[in-house]
Design a protein. Structure first.
Length: 269
């Protein structure tokens, strides 16, 4: 965990600490919400007197392309829906939310640093300097700040979809340190699993195996993988470790940086 003290010596540390803690709070809220929903789903699915199931009408109104439609589900079907949702469904949905939250955290750090240090926009996803061609006409038409914001967004988008190696090198180049793969690798596997569930129904394919190489437990093409409570809890730990690694390095590298401070004061994180 990050330090507990609220007495900060560096000018940016308080803002960075609050940002990190707000991320933790939102991540914890996702877990609390999911746990509560799963508890009630299990209660409904396993209720012997089916009191809770009887509250679900046989004919259920659902949205349709023309407004509303009625679909029928038997108590047995409703029980199965609740059971699957409790075992994996809710955890899979919440993993998607949690990863989106973490992607936003990383993107916010990238934006903060690039806005304060526009020359770092020339740092490519390979971690090396790369020229960024901006025409005079573009600067005159959009204004310098607009050009910078456009390039910042390009870098953020590129980082999110980069390979694990490029992702780590890029963050490391911005934060001025070698990004710790023990923190990044498991997170990359978690993201790969999220993509697999959304786009392939959880069936392992070569894309997943390549992304998660070295961080998956002997999965092979065609295997069905999912997200249950145990996996989700470990994923939350993985995301918190990643957030803390970035926070600590941001404080170390930019804790007293005046340009970073000015961006925090004017635009926030």
């Amino acid at each position: 965990m990050v330090e507990k003290s609220r007495s900060f010596k560096k000018i940016n540390q308080s803002a960075l600490y609050k940002f990190n803690q707000n991320y933790f709070r939102r991540l914890n809220d996702i877990y609390i919400d999911t746990s509560a929903v799963v508890e009630y789903l299990n209660l409904a699915a396993n209720s012997k007197d089916q009191t809770l199931l009887k509250r679900v009408p046989g004919n259920i109104q659902v949205p349709s392309d023309g407004g509303q439609a009625s679909v029928r589900r038997t108590p047995k079907q409703i029980t199965e829906i609740f059971r699957i949702a409790a075992e994996t469904g809710q955890w899979e949905k919440s993993l998607t939310f949690a990863i989106s939250l973490t992607e936003d955290l990383v993107a916010s750090y990238i934006k903060l640093i690039l806005r304060a240090k526009p020359l770092l926009i020339m740092t490519s996803l390979k971690g090396n300097d790369a020229s960024v061609n901006v025409s005079l006409a573009e600067i005159i038409k959009s204004g310098t700040e607009k050009v910078v914001e456009d390039r910042v967004q390009q870098r953020v988008t590129g980082a999110i979809y980069a390979s694990p190696e490029e992702y780590g090198k890029y963050l490391g180049a911005l934060l001025q340190f070698e990004f710790p793969m023990p923190a990044l690798g498991p997170y990359v596997e978690t993201k790969a699993r999220r993509d697999l569930i959304i786009h392939a129904g959880g069936f392992v394919n070569n894309i997943y195996l390549e992304k998660a190489k070295g961080y998956t437990q002997r999965a092979k093409t065609g295997d069905k993988i999912s997200v249950d409570r145990i996996y989700f809890e470990e994923s939350v730990r993985v995301m918190k470790r990643l957030a803390n690694a970035i926070y600590k390095q941001a404080v170390k590298q930019y804790g007293d940086d005046v340009e970073i401070h000015n961006i925090i004061e004017t635009k926030g994180i």
